[in-house]
Design a binder for this molecule. Structure first.
Ligand code: HPA
Length: 267
């Protein structure tokens, strides 16, 4: 059954003339990338049938069709977080729609706390792998065979050739790029010191409240993924100190400039 997605697709198809193969999800404070897009069509989520509506501070809420570095892209300006109260199916609804509109590659970005001692606020981290600590999963329930298999392989959730390309572009541009494992958890509370130690011990380099559901859905549907975190604060065992959402947004805005440069180069 594709009724809901079909309604969204029918609407979107009535709005656009070119179908991009690459989608970009903009994380908290990273909307600056939008300014670089030659916008052809900006569609508020509220206009798209069955699309959830973004609520969190600092997030816009529209789909942007346009060109970035001459490449047709679809950008999601504002994403849906599980902690906002959406069901996992809602969190990944836009991904389902993207697949049906022909998206083959996805760049996901986010703001994250750095767990790794070598990281500092403002760093970019290329996500090489991830750990889900979410209590739910977008694939739970009856499998939707039209999208992918019951037990999707997740041994390489991030596209290897894209990882290599991003590393070499960062080197060329002189952008310091860390690499590591992203841990996604439910939120919205931030981590206790003990949780930070735990996340580090189990292998995390950065921690955040998004991305994991979208990466699972993308892998399920055979969409290639590139993930980049902006480290907005140091959630490092022993160092962790208080920080505010405003600080997260401000660091993301600043470091977002490097991210934009890198994403453009990769495209
Ligand atoms: N923890 C969880 N999510 C975050 C953080 C953090 O420290 N920073 C930005 N998003």
């Amino acid at each position: 059954m594709l009724t809901k997605e079909q309604a969204a697709i029918d609407f979107l198809k009535s709005q656009i003339t070119e179908y991009p193969e690459t989608a970009i999800i903009l994380g908290s404070g990273l909307g600056g990338l939008v300014d670089e897009i030659q916008v052809e069509k900006r569609i508020p989520y509220s206009k798209i049938p069955h699309f959830p509506v973004a609520t969190v501070e600092g997030h816009g809420g529209d789909l942007i069709f346009g060109k970035l570095e001459g490449v047709a892209v679809l950008a999601m300006n504002g994403r849906f977080h599980y902690y906002e109260g959406y069901e996992m199916a809602d969190v990944v609804f836009p991904l389902r729609v993207m697949k049906l509109i022909g998206i083959k590659k996805l760049i996901v970005t986010n703001a994250a706390g750095g767990l790794n001692e070598d990281f500092e606020a403002g760093d970019l981290m290329l996500i090489e792998d991830m750990i889900s600590l979410f209590p739910d999963n977008p694939l739970r329930g009856k499998n939707r065979e039209v999208f992918g298999p019951r037990f999707p392989d997740m041994s390489e959730p991030f596209d290897l050739s894209w990882l290599e390309k991003t590393k070499s572009e960062a080197l060329r541009l002189g952008i310091k790029l860390k690499t590591g494992t992203y841990i996604g958890l439910q939120g919205p509370k931030l981590e206790t010191k003990a949780e930070i130690r735990y996340c580090r011990i189990i292998g995390g380099d950065a921690v955040g409240m998004s991305t994991v559901p979208e990466v699972i859905a993308a892998n399920h549907m055979g969409i290639k993924v590139l993930g980049i975190s902006v480290i907005t604060n140091e959630s490092i065992p022993k160092v962790a100190k208080e920080f505010t959402h405003a600080e997260v947004m401000s660091v993301a805005n600043q470091a977002g400039k490097k991210l934009v440069e890198l994403v453009k180069a990769v495209l």
